[in-house]
Design a protein around this ligand. Structure first.
Ligand SMILES: [Cu+2]
Length: 455
């Protein structure tokens, strides 16, 4: 308890510091070397020799550096913004105070161009997390999550059985987006280039493996807007964790589905020597570059791609049958809708009839109380699927698409398909402002956010 109090005071101090540096827009000169230094600066990504993408990156690489922390072990962080726009870094999946969580809607200060910020954080919970920018893109489809500001974050557990020989981290991303009007008149981003770890298929280094290895794959969908379906030809995935949290029932599948911001950890038995493609199942997305080559030692030849046999994906397969719903859980209805502004125009997104920030006014906001367990009953009354993210908390999937109640799947993002209802439960045990939003950048930019607050 004492540590958390001290930490909190420290955070407040540091939040003040960051605000000061925003005002003077001048780098903070640190006396000691931080544990983690992130430098945000313009960068040209070579997705292939013919595809150069001018973007913004962490430490001159896309994805940013893989950050490993140990659960509960305090880390000092320094972020330098050498770009020309204010920036902010969100630590996705961690339980951090709102002052440093990395959303301006929660009160984390933005870092002005040329300025730096320093703070400490105590990482929890363990598992596969990530860090990314949390700014506004609007009509500029090179900014915010459309760009290169994302990276892997692994919070090592206090003990790790380590039933694998090597770990591989892969990030799926889409680039060079432009808005296109679809049949119903809605504007959606479409992309010319898709990459895994910043490279188009055939242009990155192959992943070298040895027969008999057990590889633990950590895969992140950092796409600004797109759901992706992934398969590794000749192999299957034994899914052990969703969004970094162990699933109650591991299952072996031939294809993974990842909505924006979702992560999957899976073990692959490397028992089929050859040269294989891991890639997007949809042909046109793989043709745009979303693939990477797995190459066994002493094999040559053209990488092989086979369409997976089963294209089924659902969350249920990893869950256990439900435990009885706890009687003291309070239900909160959240209705998602689009307000259409006419053919070729961008729609506005509404939660319970209002966009952010109107929906988060004290008289409109569902009231939460610390220590209480809640069930969000999310009714998606739109024609789009939405990857819904709750900051600073983990929720448990309880019902997906009107199927039977389930339990045991803890996540921080859930895809709520069009015209369905999804129910999740969480314990309100991280007081302060908490951002709830659709992780699709163009949707959150057009009002699909809400900020809860409780003491
Ligand atoms: Cu959405």
């Amino acid at each position: 308890m004492l540590t958390s109090v001290l930490t909190r005071r420290r955070f407040n101090q540091l939040a003040g510091m960051a605000a000061a540096s925003l005002a003077v827009a001048r780098p903070t000169h640190a006396q000691t070397t931080p544990d983690i230094l992130l430098e945000i600066a313009p960068y040209t990504l070579e997705a292939s020799p013919k595809r150069h993408i001018r973007t913004i990156a962490y430490n001159g690489q896309v994805p940013g550096p893989l950050i490993r922390m140990h659960e509960g072990q305090q880390q000092s962080i320094e972020i330098r913004n050498k770009s020309t726009n204010p920036e902010i870094v969100h630590w996705h999946g961690l339980f951090l105070p709102p002052e440093i969580d990395g959303a301006m809607e929660e009160g984390t200060p933005m870092i002005a161009p040329g300025a730096s910020t320093r703070f400490t954080l105590t990482p929890s919970p363990s598992g596969f997390r990530w860090y990314h920018t949390h700014t506004f893109a609007g009509k500029d489809l090179t900014r915010a999550q459309f760009g290169g500001l994302h990276g892997f974050l692994l919070i090592e557990p206090r003990s790790n059985p380590g039933n694998y020989d090597s770990e591989i981290f892969l990030a799926l991303h889409d680039w060079d987006g432009h808005f296109m009007s679809n049949d119903d008149g809605y504007m959606n981003p479409v992309y010319d280039v898709s990459t895994i770890n910043g490279k188009m298929l055939g242009f990155g280094d192959p992943i070298k493996i040895k027969p008999g290895q057990r590889v633990l794959l950590h895969i992140l969908n950092s796409s600004p807007t797109e759901v992706h379906w992934i398969s590794l030809s000749g192999h299957a995935f034994k899914v052990i964790a969703l969004d970094g949290n162990a699933v109650p029932r591991s299952q072996t599948v031939s294809m993974l589905r990842l909505a924006p911001a979702e992560r999957i950890s899976a073990v692959i038995e490397m028992d089929n020597p050859g040269t294989w493609v891991l890639g997007e199942v949809r042909r046109h997305v793989q043709a745009a570059g979303m693939g990477i080559v797995f190459e066994y030692a002493n094999t040559t030849g053209k990488p092989m791609w086979n369409q997976p046999e089963s294209l089924l994906w659902n969350y249920h397969q990893f869950a256990t049958a439900s435990t009885a719903p706890s009687p003291d859980t309070q239900r909160i209805n959240l209705v998602f809708e689009a307000k259409f502004h006419g053919h070729g125009n961008e729609e506005q997104w509404l939660i319970n009839g209002l966009s952010y920030p109107q929906n988060s006014a004290p008289d409109k906001l569902p009231r939460l109380r610390g220590g209480q367990r809640y069930r969000f009953v999310m009714h998606n009354k739109s024609m789009d699927d939405h990857p819904i993210h709750l900051h600073r908390h983990t929720f448990e999937l309880r019902r997906v698409e009107s199927a039977a109640e389930i339990s045991g799947i803890d996540k921080d993002v859930v895809l709520v398909p069009a015209n369905t209802t999804v129910e999740v439960e969480f314990l309100a045990n991280h007081p302060g402002k908490t951002l709830f939003h659709c992780h699709q950048q163009d949707h959150m930019d057009r009002g699909f956010m809400m900020v809860f607050d409780y003491a």
